[in-house]
Design a protein. Structure first.
Length: 433
């Protein structure tokens, strides 16, 4: 076992010194490593399969590998996709084959496995297939796109999530003790660091270390990390921003209402305020997706496609690069014609669904896959629209108590006027039947 590969000298950065040696000290990823969860059971039983750890930077991929290195009875080889090539892979595979002949398992951990090209990944495949090695890969990129299908099919993929601010704060409190008893930072400062790190434990610990180094002793010999020092170390003026607090909701409200009021300048400003304060870009992107249907809707149907594309771009590349994709979406939403008719339609239908008598589905539009259902007249009288003129029938689809109820009332904004005219034609034709 090569646990020494992960040993940390005392002069290493704080993030390296803080790397836990056991699952008990591991921060976050409760869905995988909490007692009874699958990854914890795999590690504790030392029955390691080939697997891929996929997640953003600083969430514990390499740390989990180091814990496995200390726990396993197998030979553990640490391998970097950045500095290694085909030659190094062949040497490792030769060593693994020798280990197998002596009845010893070999676990090969490949950090940043997405950096390997197809030929390099293919070099692992036959050895994984015949059990010469157990492959553990770590990647920040979607394995579906970056890892060969044949290799990926032989690996279990574990998705690691960005750490929650509370998890990072706990980590920072432990780190303060390692820095020394004379270092002090209050909870507000630690939460600001946690928010700024955006779920990246390594970034949070590095920032804490930087602020500690740049802080000065007071008259009592204590080194207190202040908001001013934090601001200097990050060049940020809006750091004390609690993603779970009132300001979080105030800012997303400001963004939403600026877009609704067709004010792209204000919308982009509030977007920047949130992103530069450390807000999760995926949270903003989800709100923009909602806005595309809630406030734009069929007045500009392409708005939803653009919002979803912006969300995907944020997922693929993250901050800071995805800021321009969110800006594109936010400006588009601001300038697009507005209609909330879809939101109004659903809320009206929801009210009836909750408050009216739950009438059964009319027999003529029920599904009738069995003889018994047909004997009970399920589907009897159903009119197949494609067999009729204009593909429209006079068939009633609402329950009797809601007959003639109108939920969707299109506006004359943007392309929704086309939907309005079409709906008027449909209703006129049905009335003539």
């Amino acid at each position: 076992m090569s646990a020494s590969l992960f040993s940390v000298p005392s002069d290493e950065p704080l993030a390296a010194r803080m790397r836990p040696e056991t699952l008990e000290d591991f921060a976050g990823q409760e869905h995988l490593v909490a007692p009874g969860k699958i990854l914890r059971r795999i590690i504790e039983s030392d029955k390691i399969p080939s697997m891929i750890f996929w997640g953003p930077p600083g969430v514990g991929k390499t740390t989990l590998a180091s814990i496995i290195a200390r726990k396993t009875q197998a030979s553990f080889i640490n391998f970097s996709a950045v500095t290694s090539g085909i030659k190094e892979i062949r040497e490792i595979m030769k060593q693994a084959e020798a280990n197998k002949n002596y009845g010893e398992r070999t676990i090969v951990f490949v950090d940043e496995i997405h950096r390997f090209n197809k030929a390099q990944q293919d070099a692992f495949l036959p050895f994984v297939e015949k059990g010469s090695i157990i492959l553990i890969g770590a990647t920040t990129e979607n394995p579906s796109f970056e890892i060969n299908g044949a290799l990926l099919s032989r690996c279990k993929v574990f998705v690691l999530k960005s750490l929650e601010p509370d998890d990072v704060v706990k980590l920072l409190k432990r780190a303060l003790k390692i820095l020394g008893e004379n270092f002090f930072a209050d909870d507000e400062i630690l939460r600001a660091i946690a928010v700024f790190s955006n779920g990246d434990a390594r970034a949070a610990l590095s920032l804490l270390e930087m602020t500690a180094v740049n802080s000065e002793e007071d008259e009592h010999g204590k080194i207190i990390i202040t908001p001013e020092i934090l601001e200097q170390c990050t060049s940020k003026k809006s750091l004390l921003y609690d993603k779970n607090g009132e300001e979080h909701y105030n800012l997303i409200s400001a963004l939403h209402k600026s877009m609704r009021n067709s004010d792209p300048d204000a919308a982009v400003y509030w977007l920047a305020r949130m992103l530069e304060a450390g807000e999760d870009p995926l949270y903003i992107a989800r709100r923009v997706v909602r806005f595309a249907s809630e406030d734009v809707g069929l007045a500009e149907p392409n708005a939803l496609s653009m919002a979803v594309a912006a969300y995907q771009a944020c997922h693929f590349i993250g901050m800071p690069e995805c800021s321009v994709h969110l800006t594109q979406a936010v400006v588009h939403m601001s300038i697009a014609p507005k209609s909330n008719s879809l939101d109004v339609a659903y809320n009206a239908a929801r009210k009836d669904a909750l408050e009216s008598i739950a009438e059964p589905v009319p027999l003529h539009i029920r599904n009738a896959p069995t003889k018994l259902m047909r004997e009970l007249e399920y589907g009897k009288g159903y009119k197949f629209a494609h067999d009729f003129e204009n593909r429209i029938t006079d068939m009633q689809c609402l329950p009797d108590s809601l007959k003639d109820r109108e939920y969707y009332r299109p506006t004359e904004q943007g392309t929704e006027i086309t939907y309005k005219k079409r709906l008027e034609q449909i209703k006129k034709f049905k009335a003539s039947l």
